[in-house]
Design a protein around this ligand. Structure first.
Ligand code: A2P
Length: 275
């Protein structure tokens, strides 16, 4: 895991020089606490779908810049870079970042990295992308990448949130992705969007861990086995620490092993970034 990069970091103007300055293209506010934005992508910036990178703002009045890790929400071939963020009123970065407008400048780190990548998993049949809150961000990248559809028969995007309004990108996963020129046809056959809400009435309620433990997710998907099968299922986890810990423990009881870039396995995980 990459816990060391979760907290926002302050860097001096000299260090900030090692980041690239990019331009905000668009901003979309989902709720008072959630927003997305797109920025220009330098030609030299290469990443694998699912990786994260440092994003930040230059210091005010020559002061220190502040950066934190963000999963890139766009797929690796996209012309622009997309990010999905919480807004924290007292957050050292997001209190300012939430006010960005098209034309503003943001800092972009030069070294994308991370384990939520297809390369860190051994071959399988079904890919479960399990995210809570802004932990959906890396799945926006992976599920829009044609390589994911070549590697797996089925891709299941699970998004667990407290309230219905937090189901950002619902339109993408229920309509827009099917018109995507690159993955639309495959998504129609292979993609399942599986949202669940815990603190409000919704068509599907309950924590993702509960839906796994009681077998509901497998019944809903028409999978005969009522649990994960280490031979066929591969899982990526991103979101709250508690969800990751509990789900990883569940996967381990089914004989699944955590993977990494150096040693691919049955599941990989990364904490969603805060602040
Ligand atoms: P709950 O409402 O029951 O706490 P948060 O906003 O705190 O990051 O939570 C996002 C979603 O993750 C919520 O639906 C929350 O459910 C759920 N969640 C929190 N902890 C766990 C856990 N240990 N296992 C599964 N889901 C969890």
């Amino acid at each position: 895991m990459t816990a060391a990069t979760t907290a926002p970091v302050l860097i001096s103007p000299e260090q900030a020089g090692s980041n690239q300055i990019e331009t905000v293209l668009w901003v979309k506010h989902w709720t008072p606490f959630l927003f997305s934005f797109g920025i220009t992508r330098p030609a030299s910036f290469r990443f694998r779908s699912g990786e994260f990178v440092m994003i930040g703002l230059p210091g005010e009045g020559g002061g220190k810049s502040i950066l934190r890790a963000y999963s890139v929400a766009s797929p690796s071939f996209a012309e622009e870079l997309e990010f999905y963020s919480i807004k924290v009123a007292e957050g050292p970065l997001t209190s300012r970042l939430q006010k960005i407008k098209p034309g503003d400048q943001v800092l972009l780190g030069k070294k994308p990295t991370g384990t939520l990548v297809l390369d860190a998993l051994t071959p399988g049949k079904r890919l479960f992308l399990i995210g809570t809150g802004t932990g959906l961000a890396p799945w926006l990248s992976v599920a829009r990448d044609p390589d994911a559809y070549s590697a797996y028969e089925k891709i299941v995007v699970c998004h667990g949130v407290r309230e219905v309004a937090e189901l950002a990108y619902r339109d993408l996963f229920t309509k827009d992705i099917f018109d995507d020129p690159l993955v639309g046809d495959q998504a129609r056959d292979q993609l399942v969007y599986y949202p669940s809400v815990t603190r409000e009435a919704f068509e599907r309620q309950g924590r993702i861990t509960t839906l796994i433990e009681n077998g509901q997710i497998f019944r809903d998907l028409g999978i005969e086995a009522s649990q994960f099968d280490a031979r066929y299922d591969r899982v990526m986890l991103c979101g709250s620490m508690a969800m990751i810990k509990d789900t990883a423990a569940l996967l381990e009881t089914h004989g699944m092993k955590e993977g990494s870039n150096a040693e691919p396995g049955d599941f990989v995980l990364e904490r969603a970034f805060v602040g």
